[in-house]
Ligand binder design. Sequence first.
Ligand code: HEM
Length: 370
Amino acid sequence: MADVLLVLHGAEHRARRLLELKVFRRDFFRYYEHQVFPETLRQTMRPFVERGSADLMDLGYRVTMNLTADFAGIDRPDRTSEETARLLALVMTFSEGATLVHSTRDKDAVRAEVRLAMRRFDEQFYQPSLARRRALVDACQRGAVPADSLPRDVLTVLVANEDRIELPPEVMMREIAFYLQAGSHSTANATVHAFHDLTVWRQSHPEDGARMDRDPLFLQRCVHESLRLHPASPVAWRKPVCPMHLPTGQEVGDADRVVIDLAQANCDPDVFGDDAQVFNPHRRLPDGVPPWGLTFGVGVHTCLGRDLDGGVLPRADTDPQTHQYGIVPLFVQSLFEQGARLDPERKAVPASHTERPNWGAYPIVFGDRS
Ligand code: HEM
């Protein structure tokens, strides 16, 4: 993670974030959600729906892997499931590295696996993707291809602006690896948590289940409630750059670390009410508090994928036909449309390789829910 966007500070962070933000614009999210994602989702889900079963953790990673590879700028030229599986295995290893602090495994063994995965990623995926983008950007600068035909992804933006920011080659590679893991790990986990929470709620509130099926704005509201209860990172860490007073009354200096407990803040009864600990899509929120709480972070490091994954908040005049729902609500909606439900024969089990409260395996079956 050294020198990737998430851990930069001050002017260096601002310069890189502004550059990469070019890829994360609402108009592009809308285009991606309406034009690209439905087909990717259909293709990825089809073999599982035909087979009648899936492990939702695995399916979640496969769907979101393609999504984040598109945004990061990693090509999958073969478009085979073997190729997706190879990239997925590397990204799963990156995720174990990025969440090392919560790993229950031997940490040096995980570090060695991450180094090997980085080398394989570099050779098999990153270098070919980089070479293709360099050639395209060169051709564009010579006027041989129009600028609007360049791929719209982070790697292309970095290649096209190499002279504007200080980015050694190995940092650029790590930045792209970071994007792959940041996007896919959190989206896959959020999807499984949301599917589970909504399934449990439907069982005890059939009228809300029927509403989820006919009212996608309500389904989006339910997914936001689930996102609040399961922040991908339970904590965010900060290092003070000068002595300062915290709102808690404590004094901190540059030798300290400040831990912002996102999970606890998201369940603060003063903000979310006495039932803050439990799922309730009908809760009333104070003005200005997003329904997902601090799940996407806050401030200058706010998640760049927030609107892509969670969509935008509806307003009184929102048109449900053109609304941007976000990838996680759309994925969950599609699962319900295919009659997905917990496999009655195989139990879902929590992940054992991490202290984070994620699912390890979540077997589902498809077909007529009745
Ligand atoms: C449900 C899904 C997601 C969740 C819960 C999530 C959560 C977060 C959080 C909490 C942060 C801030 C961390 C901090 O302040 O220390 C963050 C940052 C970030 N996220 Fe996400 N994320 C999600 C999906 C995505 C996706 C799909 C992408 C990209 C395609 C993405 C890209 C990023 C990037 C680049 C940053 C760093 C921003 C910066 O430091 O300026 N995230 N995310």
